[in-house]
Design a protein around this ligand. Sequence first.
Ligand SMILES: Nc1ncnc2c1ncn2[C@@H]1O[C@H](COP(=O)(O)OP(=O)(O)OP(=O)(O)O)[C@@H](O)[C@H]1O
Ligand SMILES: [Mg+2]
Length: 382
Amino acid sequence: MSAVLQESPNQAPLVSLRDLNKHYGDFAAVDNINLDIREGEFLTFLGSSGSGKSTTLSMLAGFETPSSGEILVDGKSLINVPPHKRDIGMVFQRYSLFPHLNVRDNIAFPLTIRKQDPAEIARRVDAMLKLVQLEAFAHRRPAQLSGGQQQRVAIARALVYEPRILLMDEPLGALDKKLREDLQDELRHLHRRLGLTIVYVTHDQEEAMRLSQRIAIFSHGRIVGLGSGYDLYQNPPNAFVASFLGNSNFLRARAQDSHCAVFENQPLAIRQTAGLCGGQEVVLMIRPEKATLLSPQEAEANPLPPGCNEIAAVVEEMVFLGESLTCSVVTAGGSRMTLKALSGSAATPQTGSPVRVRWHAKESCVYSQWNESDLLKGAGSH
Ligand SMILES: Nc1ncnc2c1ncn2[C@@H]1O[C@H](COP(=O)(O)OP(=O)(O)OP(=O)(O)O)[C@@H](O)[C@H]1O
Ligand SMILES: [Mg+2]
């Protein structure tokens, strides 16, 4: 029942995707995905449009056939099992309710087609109406409901036959922000109460962070990052994930050895990184809130703590955002950084004034491979 994950590495996965591919002609919509999903977990596929999230979900649901690879549930192949026999419920972005049926009959539909006993159907539908708090709306048709209410009907209909796994493809995408946040909270509670395994698709990173225990980051049909939102944000496995999830500053440098790099002719301490060769080009990634801004006077009065770096820059722009403010600075060599501070925490530097930027080496990530477009996407995208 509990949604708390058993972190035991020996726990057998509930679902395993093995070397999963989906090709349309010579285009790989899903490109060799390997993924284990644990029983009771809330896992989210996060990625930009066209990255293969829905295609992967559709293969799991049985609406698309893989070009190659395996889908295992409890170690047994699902490939030849039709969708309605997979013990998987699905909720789509468009609620796809039957317009001519009222709420009660919409929710009952999966049980009616399975020819279950009418008394049992009534009992289960009542339980679902209660779960999604729509008892008072049981006799309304979908057109007489708000978007959020319709989506709750769709969720109830997916849950009524008690599937082991619930797949949701952008289920809240069509709703406005406030309603989306309310339903996110409801979904989290539902997941906790029912102990379901949920695979959720979104391209909204805040939604992914809010809901999931683990996030799989999709790019070009592949999973390029997998972990908790916290880990993916704090320690992105590559420059793409760093640029995709949250904001980041990328500084181009040249490694001297495994713990030092030269940036604009200045040596910087870097996090000990195995396998770096002297002379190798690297990028250092620093989150905007991980660096602090000091005036030259403050920097002089506060000696640099061990393991910290300091670079000189000039303020280009300050933007006040309510609880925080962002400050864009540029170095003598033309590198730009954006820093974030809580508003009111320090004297606000003026545009054009010289500043010092400090960060601890352990707060920066080092990448020896990156893609130009990732860096452009990450730098200054605030
Ligand atoms: N039937 C099809 N024929 C050809 N290409 C397809 C087909 N279905 C999907 N694709 C392509 O496969 C890629 C992945 O599509 P998919 O729907 O999985 O993306 P997605 O990550 O869900 O995107 P979105 O966030 O826009 O929903 C896209 O480039 C899409 O154009
Ligand atoms: Mg999609």
